[in-house]
Design a protein around this ligand. Structure first.
Ligand code: GDP
Ligand code: GDP
Length: 438
């Protein structure tokens, strides 16, 4: 189930990073701290009052001229409006209400997204100064006094955030639809692909003017199943956020992936693989999402009998961290192999949800250890007592062993491959973890 997203916006120097660090550092339990997502660590899995949500770091704003700052804040606020369930708008008591604050407040107000107004730098422990009440003029509700450096008021702030989170029932609405995030760099053909899909299947676009988060999702029902394309408003109405700034387009992709069951990685066949592709696909991989690679604009490639094989080989190298991801060579323009894309998406999702019984797993384990003996070190041999599946999405297997140190990566890789040989796990990463027993 996808978790609600909470974003922090505000001018430079109001104390957003201080607040952010306070929130994640002290008051919140950070669960599921996925190792490896350090390079672009932007989501923090948080829990407050029994509700979990993702706190998103929309990044700092470099102080340039006032114009530049304003356009950055607009972009940051728009991103939060498009992607977050609740927005924390930070202003600063000593600065009072500024023109920029007014502008951001108007944007947030118009979006009708829930906003929690944080008046930061309320450091004095006595009563609130008269200036505090000015912030009611922003017209977006009750200001909450906070001192991020001292940590005062952050509990009330989090209570207010949790109150605004969407109800659990709302979350379960699309239980049987597969949530698909279409990712890839600008111009790869993401909007063309989605428009083709939506056009062909005469789908019902749910576009309830910015009231609920689902307003940016599009539903499709066709002979392959039910699907929800995530964040497609942003894709279809291209000017909403200026994607020229790489961080924002990557961030947007990350947020879509986070809510998705399956990521469709769109590559422009006329351009080939790029660094940005490995960033977003790598994120999908680390988050354990199913993934299908769509090699788009195949119509525009000059082909002979070897072309597809050569492309496949090159892309297998480029995406060597996710060898399980199938490739579909398609054209959003002509609709070529669109059906195959849907088949692969459905299959990847099924495999991502696969559950293997402990009995079968241990048969695989017994056969695997008979074929290739577990490694030894200084006269000690690795013993794998048994293996069980702990969870799905992605399939997560736990091995109980005599000595963790002996369970080298290469042998883990070997076991993973043995499982993949028995089960068709196309399209999904799998996780293997190790527990040591006496
Ligand atoms: P950002 O640009 O919005 O992320 O702001 P920062 O978090 O970098 O904070 C800007 C400055 O304000 C820093 O010097 C912080 O130490 C200071 N600051 C942040 N929160 C508070 C606060 O609650 N009280 C006071 N007095 N200063 C604060
Ligand atoms: P996005 O930025 O990823 O959403 O990319 P667009 O969907 O806006 O497509 C960028 C450009 O590529 C547009 O000019 C499209 O017409 C073109 N395009 C998209 N898909 C295809 C395709 O399958 N074949 C060809 N030849 N052009 C395509």
């Amino acid at each position: 189930m996808s978790k609600p997203v909470v974003a922090v916006v505000g001018r430079p120097n109001v104390g957003k990073s201080t607040l952010f660090n306070k929130l994640i550092g002290q008051r919140l339990a950070i669960v599921e701290d996925t190792p490896g997502v350090t390079r672009d660590r932007i989501f923090y899995d948080c829990n407050w009052g029994g509700r979990t949500f993702l706190l998103v770091d929309t990044g700092g704003i470099e102080p340039h001229s006032d114009d530049v700052i304003l356009s950055h804040i607009r972009r940051q606020a728009q991103l939060a409006i498009d992607s977050a369930d609740v927005i924390i708008f930070v202003v600063s008591l000593p600065d009072g209400v500024t023109a920029t604050d007014m502008e951001v407040a108007a944007m947030l107000h118009k979006s009708r997204r829930p906003v929690v107004l944080c008046v930061n730098k309320c450091d004095s422990v006595g009563g609130l100064p008269a200036e505090f009440y000015e912030f009611y003029n922003l017209g977006i509700g009750e200001p909450l006094p906070v001192s991020s450096v001292h940590g005062h008021g952050t509990g009330d702030l989090l209570d207010a955030v949790v109150d605004e989170l969407p109800g659990q029932a709302e979350e379960d609405e699309d239980e049987d639809a597969i949530k698909v995030a279409v990712i890839g760099k600008p111009n790869a053909g993401k909007s063309s692909l989605i428009n083709k899909v939506l056009g062909e299947d005469r789908m019902i676009v749910s576009d309830i003017a910015g009231t609920t988060r689902d307003a940016v999702d599009s539903r499709v029902e066709n002979r392959y199943g039910k699907f929800v394309f995530i964040d497609t408003a942003g894709i279809r109405r291209k000017n909403k956020v200026d994607d020229s700034v790489e961080r924002y387009s990557v961030l947007r992709a990350f947020m879509a992936v986070d809510r998705a069951d399956v990521a469709v990685m769109v590559i422009d066949a006329t351009v080939g693989f790029t660094e940005q592709d490995s960033k977003v696909a790598g994120y999908a991989h680390e988050q354990g999402k199913a993934c299908v690679i769509a090699v788009n604009k195949w119509d525009a490639v000059e082909k002979d009998t070897h072309t597809m094989q050569a492309f496949r080989k090159q892309l297998q190298e480029d995406f060597s961290f996710m060898p399980y991801a199938p490739m579909v060579f398609l054209s959003a323009l002509t609709g070529q192999r669109l059906g195959q894309l849907f088949e692969k998406v459905v299959k990847a999702h099924q495999n991502n949800s696969l559950r293997i019984t402990t009995g079968v797993l241990n048969d695989i384990l017994a056969a695997a250890t008979a074929r290739v003996q577990p490694p030894t070190d200084k006269g000690k041999r690795l013993k794998i007592y048994y293996m069980t599946q702990a969870s799905t999405n992605p399939p997560h297997f736990v091995c109980f062993v005599n000595n963790k140190e002996l369970f080298h990566f290469s042998y883990q890789r070997y076991l993973e491959n043995q499982i993949r040989e028995q089960y068709d796990l196309e399209g999904t990463p799998i996780r293997l973890s190790v527990r040591q027993r006496g």
